[in-house]
Design a protein around this ligand. Structure first.
Ligand SMILES: [Zn+2]
Ligand SMILES: [Zn+2]
Length: 682
């Protein structure tokens, strides 16, 4: 019940501010701050919106009436504050941000649900009350630290850094028990790909029907059922991929973000938010602790530990003291000569003698092998096969990308270009080879080398649904395939008892993405890939092939040494003001007409320079570009981008608000979008 005549409504439309409406007396009884409402908008007779608070009469505009209050639970104060922050920080229309907190498929609420759980929960039910493992001393220490914040109901960020196989999940489960004892709710965010039946089963075994799960492969009805059961508090634990963060839980006692370093927490379209960062703010507004878990924490989180903003909890040992796998590195620079000498001319350049022999061995022993490639294998670069040198940008320290059928090299940060030198700049002995390897061609090569083996591919082209991923995981578990060629898709969280060989085909492919985070990502991937081997009785072998064996990402991964890797990498980031030291924002300009896109990108730069002239606060803002985005044309649209770099997050936000206030200078048909804290610059 509210008695304001005029109210503010965030309307679900691309508007940068809430609008004022009149609240008819007969609707006032049902209305409250956070209510979902229907309003007329322009020529539309009905748009959805959220009532935010009191508004004021205006003589300048005609004020329209709210037409209906939608019968849904309203958003509470903590959720509203958090959503407001999101809209401001990521510069997204507030009405569109608020709408994310209402479950899709609201129509199912009216009808009586048959309350039948989705398949994945039914499978797990009836398996409750399995005896929980006793935590070891490290796990216990972590559980106790978090328990203190849980019981005090205060915000604190914990970084749970535990090596692969160290038992992080048990820490989560025990901590959630403490939350339930206080009759509060727990939200668990995991990367979509980790939402496997195995993970859900562990939660259901411990907490039975108290678990709700949201992922992208539920039917709309199942999704709505899970969503509302959590909102109403019928279920106390909500597990989901990043969108579950928007479920308007007002009684949160804990948030967990597992695999916090994962890139998939960043949404790249629409509201370009990072669910990990947004979850930390959510915990602040909810006055509850948040636990970020990882075997390879992001440098952002690690830096925050160093600054004492986050509390570090370590799990340095594998459970039951199982050993970490031994990692062998193959220096690919020696392989070219080796192939020639031994007459292996048919062997593809990416296959070393050692890897080849190990595959033969695995097939003879009737075991399994997995070969990993980095996901974004389409970025072409050039490498000297004799010395391993690659060309990088003199201004940005990122690898140059090959264009124009390997004749030209481009920097996708600043637009620097050069012709490809005839001979390697470093050793001057060899010509460059253009590299851009995909899983498909690796699988084809394997088929030729090992015609009798059963080969499966695991990448986004091949595996496009939860069902096909699970079917593949079953096939691997039942040993219906011998060799798996995949991306990081299968590098995470899975345990295959018969998998004894893991090979990273070309670790360099990841190192040479035109991205300042390529080193960090490569370290993370290699660590995770290695973590797959030898988790069971059979010993595992890990082989990393590279042209630059001395690279720190590879050396430290081989030694399982995250702490020294991060120390060195942070030094490099600090020198160039890259995150976590500087803040980045990417401004993308796109459209179907290339000339107009180029013109608008140039105009954007001029406007930025102008703003700097007017306001001296913006002087230490650094501008890179404009230049063609690495994926220069996507779905028929040309893309240009500019990168902004500055130390202060506050200044970045103020500047971006300023820049996007008015966009009528853009050429017709050209759109500008802003990505704050971009994660993938491709
Ligand atoms: Zn550059
Ligand atoms: Zn060379």
């Amino acid at each position: 019940m509210i008695d304001w005549e005029f109210v503010q409504v965030a309307v679900e439309a691309p508007l940068s501010h809430p609008l004022t409406y009149r609240l008819p007396k007969d609707l006032a009884a049902q209305a409250s701050t956070g209510s979902r409402v229907r309003v007329p908008l322009g020529k539309r007779s009905s748009a959805m919106g959220v009532l935010l608070g009191q508004g004021a009469a205006s003589e300048k505009f005609e004020i329209k009436d709210i037409s209906a209050i939608v019968d849904e639970p309203f958003l509470g104060e903590k959720t509203l504050k958090w959503l407001k922050w999101l809209a401001q920080y990521y510069l997204h229309p507030p009405g569109q941000v608020y709408s994310l907190a209402f479950a899709p498929g609201a129509e199912f609420r009216k009808k009586k649900s048959n309350k039948r759980s989705p398949t994945f929960l039914r499978e797990a039910e009836g398996k409750t009350s399995k005896a929980a493992p006793t935590p070891n001393a490290d796990q216990k220490g972590a559980i106790d630290s978090i328990a203190k914040s849980v019981s005090e109901g205060k915000y604190e960020t914990f970084l749970l850094y535990g090596i692969t196989g160290s038992g992080k999940t048990e820490v989560y489960l025990r901590t959630i028990e403490n939350v339930l004892a206080l009759n509060k709710q727990a939200l668990v965010l995991v990367p979509e790909i980790s939402l496997t039946p195995q993970l859900i089963r562990r939660f259901v075994e411990r907490f039975g029907e108290n678990v709700a799960v949201i992922h992208s492969h539920l039917t709309p009805r199942e999704r709505a059922d899970q969503w509302w059961s959590a909102v109403k508090g019928e279920k106390k634990i909500l597990i989901g991929a990043r969108s579950a963060l928007f479920c308007p839980l007002e009684n949160l006692g804990l948030i967990i973000v597992d695999e916090e370093h994962e890139g998939s927490f960043k949404q790249e379209e629409q509201l370009k938010y990072n669910a990990r960062d947004a979850a930390i703010m959510r915990a602040q507004f909810s006055s509850c602790p948040i636990v970020l878990g990882s075997a390879t924490p992001s440098l952002e989180s690690w830096h925050n530990v160093k600054l004492q903003k986050y509390k570090l909890l370590k799990l340095p040992n594998r459970v039951e003291n199982r050993p970490l796998p031994v990692i062998e590195i193959v220096d690919m620079r020696l392989e070219k000569e080796n192939r020639r000498e031994k007459g292996f001319v048919d062997r593809p350049y990416w296959m070393s003698e050692l890897l080849n022999n190990e595959i033969v061995q695995v097939l003879n022993n009737k075991e399994q092998g997995a070969l990993f490639l980095n996901r974004r294998g389409f970025a072409q670069f050039v490498i000297c096969q004799s010395c391993g040198f690659t060309e990088s940008c003199p201004h940005c320290s990122v690898t140059l990308t090959a264009h124009n059928r390997g004749l030209r090299l481009d920097c996708h940060y600043c637009g620097f270009q050069k012709q490809i030198p005839r001979l390697c700049t470093s050793c001057t002995k060899d010509i460059y080879t253009s590299v851009g390897l995909g899983t498909e061609s690796v699988a084809e090569d394997l088929k030729k080398l090992f015609p009798d083996s059963r080969i499966a591919r695991a990448d986004r082209d091949e595996i496009n649904s939860r069902e096909s991923l699970e079917a593949l995981l079953d096939k691997i578990n039942n040993h219906e395939v011998d060799l798996i060629v995949g991306t990081q898709m299968i590098a995470k969280g899975h345990d295959f008892p018969n998998l004894t060989l893991v090979g990273a085909i070309l670790a360099d492919v990841g190192l040479h993405f035109p991205d300042f985070r390529s080193s960090e990502r490569t370290f993370q991937l290699l660590t995770q890939v290695a973590g797959r081997a030898g988790r069971h009785q059979k010993a595992g072998k890990v082989i990393i092939q590279t042209y630059i064996p001395e690279h720190p990402a590879i050396q430290f991964a081989m030694k399982h040494d995250f702490e020294n890797f991060s120390q060195q990498e942070l030094k490099f980031r600090e020198e160039l003001n890259y995150p976590p030291f500087g803040k980045l924002a990417s401004i993308r300009v796109q459209g179907t007409d290339l000339a107009k896109v180029e013109k608008s990108a140039d105009d954007a730069k001029l406007r930025i320079l102008n703003l700097q002239k007017i306001n001296s606060d913006y002087n230490n803002l650094e501008i890179l570009g404009p230049c063609e985005a690495p994926m220069a044309k996507v779905r028929g649209k040309y893309r240009y981008h500019l990168l902004l770099k500055v130390i202060s997050a506050k200044m970045m936000n103020a500047f971006l608000q300023h820049l996007t206030q008015n966009l009528d200078w853009l050429e017709p048909g050209v759109k500008l979008s802003v990505d704050v804290d971009p994660l993938h610059l491709l």
